[in-house]
Design a protein around this ligand. Structure first.
Ligand SMILES: Nc1ncnc2c1ncn2[C@@H]1O[C@H](COP(=O)(O)OP(=O)(O)OP(=O)(O)O)[C@@H](O)[C@H]1O
Ligand SMILES: [Mg+2]
Length: 314
């Protein structure tokens, strides 16, 4: 049976659908959806039974939300905003009502530190090498974290030499796919076994790019690696899109680089939402908070919220 929560997740996914039209087709009083969204009423079984066939006509299926979308945030260039994007996209998705798990696959442990998790006793690498399940910490009810620290670097060689190393995260994640709507993997700045492991476990990847020549030049190597992984290890991996981070909108050099990347990589989805360069982001990380806790009304928080909304529709 469909639930109210799933109705609204489906409507979020299809922002172009007209709510009044759906109410009319389902034979519901006008503004029913509006009132339910605002918490004034709760959709009851009769409402849901009437809505189900109409939503099916618009593409709803039960399978749509039965398993998490697993998404790697990947770019082997360092410092392009992978971790910042994992934190804030993760938080934005949770604020939109999704159950989110973030996985720290970087031995720098920046993602974990940002949530105040230092030297975690149980961490991702132990689970990949031993018989333990993935360790999961609850940051907030809808936002969970699987942490890492420098131990991951110390044990990386063990992982390289282990049987089926590249499939190990995939295997460890499978029991959790039904517990989450989104699983975001923060990849390290390298095309190493940990990045391969992340991409093999993922359905999709998102590529943050800083619109500067140095950041753009290496990106072809990343696409080649993704192609190799698709060919040999994970046929279902999709490049869900490229998004720009640390953008200076007023600098013509950034604008020109963005236009150039749109031209060269136009066959990929390039997100409309862009994350501008902002000191609020740096300050929020010094304060060890996500943007939505640190400065919920900031431009940066809104830009990550827009990115999350755009991601949901894809
Ligand atoms: N939009 C932004 N504006 C200003 N500073 C930013 C922005 N995004 C990220 N930063 C800062 O840039 C630095 C690098 O960001 P981040 O750690 O997210 O990159 P990364 O790609 O994860 O790096 P690494 O490759 O080392 O893992 C951090 O200090 C972060 O606070
Ligand atoms: Mg990082």
């Amino acid at each position: 049976m469909i639930t109210q929560e799933i109705v609204f997740r489906f409507l979020q996914m299809k922002p172009a659908l007209n709510h009044s039209q759906i109410e009319k087709e389902a034979g519901l009083p006008s503004k029913t959806l509006y009132k339910a969204q605002g918490g004034l009423i709760k959709l009851n079984e009769k409402h849901l039974a009437k809505l189900l066939p109409i939503l099916r006509d618009y593409g709803f299926t039960e399978e749509l939300f039965s398993k998490a979308r697993v998404i790697s945030i990947v770019n082997h260039k360092g410092g392009v905003g992978k971790t910042t994007s994992t934190i804030n996209l993760g938080k934005a998705l949770s604020l939109l009502g999704n159950r989110v798990l973030m996985i720290d696959m970087d031995s720098q442990g920046n993602l974990s530190q940002c949530f105040g998790v230092h030297q975690p006793e149980e961490q991702v690498i132990d689970s990949l090498l031993d018989k333990r399940p993935l360790p999961i910490l609850e940051i907030e009810p809808l936002l969970h974290l699987s942490p890492s620290d420098i131990q991951m670097a110390y044990r990386e060689l063990e992982l390289v030499n282990s049987i089926g190393s590249e499939k190990r995260l995939f295997n460890k994640l499978s029991p959790f796919l039904e517990n989450y709507d989104f699983i975001l993997i923060d990849c390290p700045p390298a095309l190493n076994v940990l990045t391969t492991c992340s991409l093999v476990a993922s359905h999709e990847c998102l590529i943050p790019i800083q619109p500067e020549a140095s950041a753009y030049h290496g990106v072809e190597n990343l696409f080649n690696r993704i192609l190799e992984i698709r060919e040999h290890l994970n046929y279902s991996l999709r490049v869900r899109g490229i998004f720009f981070t640390m953008v200076h909108k007023k600098q013509s050099i950034h604008r020109n680089m963005i236009d150039h990347i749109r031209e060269v990589y136009g066959h990929f989805k390039i997100f409309d939402s862009q994350i501008e360069m902002s000191t609020t982001i740096k300050q929020s990380q010094v304060a060890k908070k996500d943007l939505f806790d640190y400065s919920p009304k900031s431009l940066s928080a809104n830009q990550y919220l827009d990115l999350a909304k755009e991601l949901i529709t894809l």
